[in-house]
Structures are given as C-alpha cells and as structure tokens.
Write a protein of this length. Structure first.
Length: 245
C-alpha cells in the first residue's frame, strides 16, 4: 500500500521539500521539451505560410505540403492535427481539395468596422489592439511550442534590424508580422481574425515613429518573448498590458 505522498501528495511534497512555492498548475502540465518535434517544426512552417495567405486560400495538397516539409505521413498527420487545433487550416476532400487557410467566422462584417477605423480612428484601432494583447499572450503561455518561440525570435531579429537602421516603416512591418505570428499560436479563430485586421490599420499609423520608439518597441517584444519562453506568466501579462511605445 503506497503512502499518501506516493498516491496523491507526491508532487506537492516534493515542492515543499525543495522549499519552492507551489505553481497554480503542475509544471508537467505545461513544460515543453527543450527542442521542437518534427511535427511541431512542420506545423510551424505551414503556419507561417497561413499568416501570409488570405483566409480561404488554398495552401496545397497534403502530399505537396508533406513533401515541402520533408516529413513522413505520420509526422505530417500530427502536424495537421496541431494546425487544426489552432484553427489555422481546413481540409477539403476531392478534386481541387487539400489544405486551405481557415476562414474566420462571420462577425458582423468586420471588414466594415476595420475600414472605418482605418479611415477615421487609427488611434482607436491601436487601443483595441493593445487591449487584446493580454488575451493573445494568455493563449500563447498555454499553447506555444519551442518552434513557436523560435519563429517569434526570427521576427524579433527583423525588428532589431529596423531599429538599428532607424527605419520606422520596416519596424512597423516587422511588428505586424511578429504579432501575426503570436496570434497564430492560440486556438481562438475569431480573436485572431479581429486582431489581424487591426494590425494592418496600426501598421500604417506607426510607420512614422521616431528612433527611440523603434528601440523601445524592440525591447518590449524581446522581453515578452523571453517571458513566454520561460513560462513566466506574471511578467508576460504585465508586459502585454503595458502601453506600447
């Protein structure tokens, strides 16, 4: 007969012996492997294509995308499950079928109000975007894989180059692409659709920022990605809620 520690309290007792505070959730529930699996790498590659593809557009057949990713059928099927769980792709059978970038659900013709923000209230678009940041970061804390973090760091490098070159247009574009990749991590299709629509509006409004704002933008994103990588929830959400430069 096992002890209480063995049966139900082992996890808590080990933390107590180590003198560590108990997390809100068991570490094993969210700790990721030190390196991404081949399925995660393949899913990330296709997710990057989705981020550059209009909703509803065809990405290719399963065989075409599997060959492009260089993985086995089993590995590709696992990657496909990851993409579907995030709401990024849909699969259609038959001639002309294959994988398609997921269509966002209807939300009262979002293009109409996004267009109004673009023409009349770019500052309001930015406020709404910033208000959605904590929701996206919360999702990323749960769902980000090592491949997701690596992809974010790739976009971060472009943001650093733009800051070094004092190029506000390149910085605004790199900021949009990084945020688009962050939004692709979570499973919320409607949230991602609303957020992505706002990014295009804000990019135009932020294409004339000064050098200090470009560096502060990079520093904020770098700190946020580090916090996501460390699964530091408090710090990540604090950074997400902080006003953007």
């Amino acid at each position: 007969m096992g002890t209480t520690d063995d049966r139900t309290g082992g996890h808590e007792a080990r933390h107590a012996r180590d003198g560590a505070d108990l997390p809100a959730l068991c570490r094993d529930d969210w700790e990721r492997r030190s390196s991404p699996s081949r399925a995660e790498v393949a899913a990330d590659r296709i997710a990057d294509r989705v981020a550059r593809t209009p909703p509803g557009a065809r990405l290719g057949t399963k065989d075409e995308l599997r060959a492009e990713c260089g993985v086995s059928v089993g590995t590709f099927n696992e990657a496909l499950r990851l993409l579907q769980a995030r709401g990024l792709v849909t699969v259609r059978p038959g001639p002309g079928g294959g994988l398609f970038a997921a269509q966002p659900p209807p939300a009262g013709r979002p293009e109409a109000w996004i267009g109004a923000l673009d023409e009349q209230r770019p500052d309001e678009a930015r406020r709404i975007r910033d208000a959605l940041d904590p929701l996206l970061v919360e999702d990323a804390l749960w769902h980000a894989s090592p491949a997701d973090i690596a992809a974010l760091r790739g976009h971060l490098a472009a943001l650093a180059e733009a800051a070094d070159a004092a190029d506000p247009a390149a910085s605004a574009r790199a900021d949009r692409l990084l945020r688009t990749r962050l939004a692709a991590i979570g499973p919320g299709v409607l949230l991602r659709s609303l957020y992505d629509g706002l990014l295009t509006v804000v990019e135009r409004a932020e294409s004339a920022a000064g050098p200090e704002a470009l560096r502060a933008r990079y520093d904020r994103h770098a700190a946020l990605i580090d916090a996501l990588d460390a699964r530091d929830r408090d710090r990540a959400l604090r950074l997400a809620a902080a006003p953007m430069p």
